[in-house]
Design a protein around this ligand. Structure first.
Ligand code: ADP
Ligand code: MG
Length: 718
């Protein structure tokens, strides 16, 4: 009997290998499969007669196989399966690469349904590697039995070697179990917000009949996400109003000394944000404030001002960040900035436990910190240090602060609600510590308020004055060598360079550049004379750290990395951000990458390379539309330098029917809702407020209460 908890291994056709791949996607049970939502749909609602096919279009064709054969391509050492398909109007040539088994699955005379892109090959039309499906019977209604190649066909985010087809096949098998899913929304909420049931929404998101079904399904699923955020933030707000926090006195003279000691002048926006925070923590009520500012706007120093005041009040401050690299970097920055003060800084990550026991010299260069450190265990550091910087290692059981007055959470969206809560509960004192969350997700004030209930908000909406606009270029393949020359010159002039690649694995099919592959090429062939390093998730932390600190120290000139450098990394001397496979990233994410350069007076550059080959780009008419669209999308980065604007444009380009959720960071808790679901957000807020007014314990709706708990425990780290 299939239940929601049935292990995927017990589902037909899931072997150990497939199970392992599914686990990588976080899919372990039938329930996980049901909740693995597609991110877009291919519209194969119409079957196109072969004679009407157009090069460049994506189409569904149904016909009979007239010829089928395997060939070897001697030059490229590839196996090619060739087929001719006839539908009575015309014949179409179809080619599959390195899938010789197709010739065993299909045979001449079979009726097949094919879906894919139509290409032009020496003047005649072909389909290369289309998704195929044998049609077994034709029902009385005249419809075919196809699920992968006809109708609205969902696409899922997948890792290499898992196909949409496999995932759809598996979901099809478990879809019956939606009947077992608990619909935790109270009926009144569903009624007021005009929502369909959860089971129906899940069924229709995977197997929609038409666009309207997708819309209604999406609305329900997006509502749930927004509703949970609302419930949670309303409940937090209620709790805070009932609790007490330490009143942090403002040390004006010391703060001024600190600000004067900075190597730059604070922007007005930074001053204002710092002021708002200092005023807020002076009250005996716990602060819960979001500090929002685009990448590079200088949030860190604002947090340091707040932390300094907390320490001057004799209390501790903690600064939690999502990655080891960032923790290390913040530790060094904060220690350096506070060098003139008698403040002990500590670092607690999984692999690093350090504490400064001496004043740091004021300098802009990274120190060889190892000689000035006292090795301690985590418990010792959180007991003795005044400012503790660290990763989620800080929320382990044995950690207990002496007297926590303020918790700062950097890149807050990377942490789950439960993680934030746990950190706050580690305060040694009876009072609730103040909370400052920081994010670069650039959403307008009104939207942030609608989204997070009535939290306090400070916005840094101004960049430091010395910044020059980053020159952004989409670089065609022909100009790659010129770009390399340019990079060489920049390095000669003393600058440093980031190269970002989309994935670690070599995936021939997608032509995705991997870090390993790219590193080898650049290191051996392009820049043999230049010191390089690589950075990706599979390296040990110690290795990552060594590379990052060498890059910071200027020993390494070029760093080839995956998206690990996306958050927070601050290397002011870097002036070139080169991104391979740029079309594979969202615009907001590309904007985050770009934010890694242009962090000082040096003119900086962002070069975007795409996987589009020139053949694709050169095709005429409809054929080039996909390439054109991608190029136009990337060109938005050339023009716009504002994250929110870019997120909006991205959504427009890919269409709300195509991109659900903010896959490109910012709001990992949302798979379905987008920043632009303003009305839905308002509805969710209204309904949340109503429920809490009736019963703030939520005990009247036990299913909902359980769901909220589950949601809060959800970890948003990668
Ligand atoms: P983010 O808001 O992205 O976290 P950071 O706090 O890392 O930005 O600051 C980015 C860089 O700008 C750092 O090198 C920091 O020292 C520098 N910086 C911060 N404020 C100013 C300022 N007012 N003028 C010039 N540089 C500044
Ligand atoms: Mg930052």
């Amino acid at each position: 009997m299939l239940t929601l908890e049935t292990d995927i291994i017990n589902i037909t056709r899931v072997g150990a290998a497939t199970a392992k791949k599914l686990k990588k996607l976080g899919i372990a049970t039938a329930r996980d499969l049901l909740f693995y939502f597609p991110f877009r749909y291919d519209d194969f609602t119409k079957v196109t007669p072969i004679k009407d096919l157009q090069a460049g279009s994506i189409a569904n064709v149904v016909g009979q196989i007239d010829l089928l054969q395997n060939k070897r391509s001697p030059r490229r050492r590839m196996n090619i399966t060739e087929a001719l398909i006839t539908d009575g109007t015309e014949t179409l040539k179809v080619i599959w690469f390195n899938q010789p088994f197709i010739a065993r699955i299909l045979k001449v005379g079979d009726r097949v349904s094919l879906a894919g892109k139509v290409d032009e090959d020496y003047g005649s039309l072909t389909m290369n590697s289309p998704v195929y499906e044998k049609i077994y019977e034709i029902s009385n209604a005249g419809g075919d039995s196809a699920v992968h190649t006809q109708g609205l066909v969902p696409n899922y985010h997948l890792t290499a070697n898992l196909s949409h087809k496999q995932v759809r096949f598996l979901i099809k098998q478990v879809i019956g179990s939606v009947a077992l899913v608990t619909d935790y929304l109270p009926d009144t909420v569903k009624k007021n917000a005009k929502l369909i049931s959860l089971g129906e929404a899940i069924k229709n998101i995977h197997f929609p009949k038409d666009n309207n079904e997708i819309k209604k399904a999406r609305e329900r699923l997006a509502f749930d996400e927004l509703f949970l955020v609302q419930l949670q933030s309303q409940l937090v707000k209620r709790n805070l109003e009932l609790s007490l926090a330490p009143a942090i006195k403002f040390y004006e003279a010391e703060t001024k000394t600190f600000v004067d000691s900075l190597p730059f002048k604070l922007t007005d926006a930074q001053r204002k944000a710092a002021w708002e925070i200092l005023k807020d923590i002076e009250q005996g009520q716990p602060m819960s404030r979001l500090l929002e500012g685009d990448v590079g706007s200088g949030k860190t120093v604002v947090a340091v001002i707040a932390m300094l005041n907390v320490v001057l009040n004799g209390q501790q401050a903690v600064f939690m960040v999502p990655t080891e690299i960032l923790a290390r970097q913040h530790y060094e920055t904060v220690s350096r900035l506070l060098a003139g003060f008698d403040v002990k800084t500590g670092l607690v990550t999984r692999t690093n436990k350090l504490m400064s026991n001496d004043k740091f010299p004021m300098t802009n260069q990274c120190q060889n910190l190892n000689d000035k450190k006292l090795k301690l265990d985590s418990a010792g550091i959180v007991e003795k240090a005044d400012i503790i910087i660290g990763t989620q290692a800080l929320i382990q059981d044995d950690i207990k602060f002496r007297d926590l007055g303020l918790a700062v959470i950097d890149e807050q969206h990377r942490f789950g609600v439960e993680q934030r809560k746990t950190l706050m509960e580690k305060s040694g004192a009876k009072l609730v510590p103040h909370l400052l969350s920081m994010t670069a997700t650039p959403i307008p004030r009104s939207l942030a308020l609608a989204m997070y209930g009535d939290l306090s908000l400070s916005v840094i909406d101004e960049m430091p004055k010395d910044r020059k606009k980053i020159i952004t270029k989409v670089v065609p393949e022909e100009k790659r060598q010129l770009a390399y020359e340019f990079i060489r010159e920049q390095i000669r002039a003393g600058r440093q360079v980031f190269v970002i690649c989309p994935l670690i694995d070599i995936s021939d099919k997608l032509g995705v550049k991997s870090v390993e592959e790219e590193y080898k090429k650049l290191d051996k062939i392009v820049f043999p004379e230049i010191a390089m390093g690589k950075l990706h998730g599979r390296l040990k932390s110690a290795e990552k750290e060594k590379i990052m600190s060498e890059f910071l120290a200027g020993k390494i000139k070029i760093i080839v990395a995956t998206s690990v450098v996306e958050v927070g990394v601050d290397v002011p001397n870097a002036s070139v951000m080169m991104i391979e496979g740029a079309d594979r990233f969202g615009l907001a994410q590309l904007h985050q990458f770009r934010g890694r350069v242009g962090r000082s007076v040096h003119q900086s550059y962002c070069f975007l390379f795409t996987q589009l080959n020139s053949r694709q780009a050169n095709l005429t008419g409809q054929a080039s539309s996909q390439a054109d669209k991608t190029l136009a999308r990337l060109a938005a980065l050339v023009k716009y330098h504002n994250g929110f604007e870019l997120a909006k444009i991205d959504l427009k380009f890919r269409g709300p029917g195509e991109v659900y959720g903010l896959e490109q960071k910012g709001f990992p808790e949302f798979k379905m809702a987008t920043l632009f679901d303003y009305d839905l957000m308002k509805k969710a807020r209204e309904e949340a407020v109503k429920l809490i007014e009736i019963d703030p314990s939520l005990n009247s709706w036990s299913d909902l209460k359980e769901k909220l708990g589950e949601w809060e425990r959800g970890v948003h780290l990668e």
